[in-house]
Ligand binder design. Structure first.
Ligand SMILES: [Zn+2]
Length: 239
């Protein structure tokens, strides 16, 4: 694939590792600079009586940094919106667009916002859908349109057209071979100790095996991909 840079946009600490940890590790091995944009503060990540949102935030951030270190992620932006209450509005769109225009990635990876549920076992979290929609808003129209968020121009952040978008989706058309990086993905998930992610590793391995069967690998992650480069424009551009 050979992306020079990638930006993963997701709602909660641990989403990126579940969604695409093996792909991130593979890309990092190939020399891709991978960056993270963590949209919420992860403060709703515990049902334990006595645990508060305030206490949860630094735990989630610390765990997310540790997981990113395992995968070799280059930078993390924590946007700090309230976990469980994420809205697609002008404030969240501007915050995500700021990161996109700063990183200027060749590909954005994000959750598929159209998924209301997965199979018969999991209703998709509200924040995941909002984070996916925020990524789509950044791709079009927010990052490339000069009139959007003029304050970002004052920060020196020029418009940017995102060349590729990969959505982590059950509706996949592209599979990444993670046979060599599955163990790294599992190790990154273990870093999210407060989430009990260690108990999910068998399921994660099994899911990667199923996707591998679809993609022709031992283990894989699947994405619905968009190539957004306007090739006609390149052809007609005066030399
Ligand atoms: Zn999540």
């Amino acid at each position: 694939m050979g992306f020079a840079s990638a930006l993963v946009i997701f709602a909660h600490p641990d989403d990126a590792e579940f969604m695409c940890g093996g792909t991130v590790a593979s890309w990092v091995n190939e020399g891709t600079d991978v960056h993270y944009c963590v949209v919420t503060d992860g403060s709703a990540g515990s049902n334990e009586p006595g645990m508060t949102r305030e206490k949860m935030v630094p735990i989630r951030e610390r765990e997310q940094r540790a997981a990113a270190d395992v995968l070799g992620v280059r930078s993390l932006s924590f946007l700090g919106f309230v976990d469980g209450e994420l809205q697609v509005d002008l404030a969240t769109r501007k915050a995500v667009t700021r990161v996109v225009r700063r990183v200027r990635p060749e590909v954005i990876v994000a959750p598929d916002p159209s998924r209301l549920w997965f199979g018969n076992r999991y209703i998709n979290h509200w924040d995941h859908k909002q984070a996916g929609t925020l990524a789509l808003c950044a791709v079009m129209p927010d990052a490339p349109s000069r009139p959007q968020f003029p304050g970002l121009l004052d920060e020196g952040l020029e418009p940017f057209e995102v060349p590729s978008l990969w959505l982590a989706s059950d509706d996949a058309d592209t599979y990444v071979d993670i046979s060599k990086t599955l163990e790294t993905k599992l190790e990154s998930l273990r870093a999210h100790e407060s989430q009990g992610t260690g108990d999910a590793l068998d399921w994660v391995r099994e899911r990667a095996r199923e996707l591998g069967q679809e993609g022709g690998f031992e283990y894989a992650e699947g994405f619905k991909t968009f190539d957004l480069r306007d090739e006609d424009l390149d052809v007609t551009e005066p030399v």
